[in-house]
Design a binder for this molecule. Structure first.
Ligand SMILES: Nc1nc2c(ncn2[C@@H]2O[C@H](COP(=O)(O)OP(=O)(O)OP(=O)(O)O)[C@@H](O)[C@H]2O)c(=O)[nH]1
Ligand SMILES: [Mg+2]
Length: 214
């Protein structure tokens, strides 16, 4: 689905997806980006080591701790947080440009980052928390994905429980039981949020023209 032809100028929105590890957030994000051309991904900066297969500048911008601190001091981040021992942050520049041009930005960030954006840019934020259908399901996905020891999986499960405790801070909750349904639900959220009056910044002019040209 692409966005319908837009006759009224619109300000972009920030669509934040958070979830416990293993709930399927990354697959959902890929599907949304593929199927909606008005959506672009915010590429975070991180101090985490690049994993095999990850592409610099596409998955993350990989930097060392010193460079990350300089970016903090220069106020380059919209938000940043320490997650599982590494720093992650959202650079402001690309997001600001996209929003002003009426494009929407998709974020894969944790609850700490979402809280910071809610404090600084509430009007532009639409936050979605993705839940797994069951504990068993989450456990299966985590153990299949990581092929880790039982201890590592148990550790991830404990962290998942922590992350889930923040669900109340989000605007929408989507259970990822069937991915097609989860993706369709988030598209429905996007479609409605795009139509919010306050986001349609060209509305005054549009209505004025409608009323004067009769
Ligand atoms: N606050 C904040 N969190 C981020 C940012 N980028 C990524 N994260 C979060 O950091 C966590 C770890 O992400 P990754 O290092 O990519 O690891 P992963 O295997 O994808 O982890 P999960 O997505 O949790 O399964 C995830 O919860 C992300 O949502 C960011 O810019 N800011
Ligand atoms: Mg992920």
């Amino acid at each position: 689905m692409t966005e319908p032809i837009n006759l009224i100028g619109r300000r972009g929105l920030m669509l934040v997806l958070s979830s416990p590890s293993g709930a399927g957030k990354t697959s959902i994000a890929h599907r949304l980006l593929e199927e909606d051309s008005a959506l672009e991904m915010s590429v975070s900066t991180t101090t985490r080591k690049r994993r095999p297969g990850e592409v610099e500048g596409k998955d993350y911008q990989f930097v060392d701790y010193e460079s990350f601190c300089i970016m903090i001091n220069n106020r380059e981040f919209l938000e940043y947080a320490k997650v599982f021992g590494n720093y992650y942050g959202t650079p402001k520049g690309a997001v600001t440009k996209a929003l002003e041009a009426g494009r929407d930005v998709l974020f894969d960030i944790d609850w700490q980052g979402t809280q910071q954006i809610a404090d600084s840019k509430r009007d532009d934020l639409v936050s979605v928390f993705i839940l797994p259908p069951s504990t068993r399901d989450l456990e299966l996905r985590l153990s299949q994905r990581a092929q880790d020891s039982a201890e590592v999986v148990a550790n991830r499960m404990a962290r998942a429980s922590d992350e889930i405790s923040h669900y109340r801070e989000y605007d929408y909750i989507v259970v990822n039981h069937v991915i097609d349904i989860a993706v369709a639900s988030i598209k429905a959220i996007l479609a409605a949020e795009r139509l919010k009056r306050d986001r349609q910044v060209g509305l005054t002019d549009f209505v004025k023209k409608l009323r004067t040209s009769q």
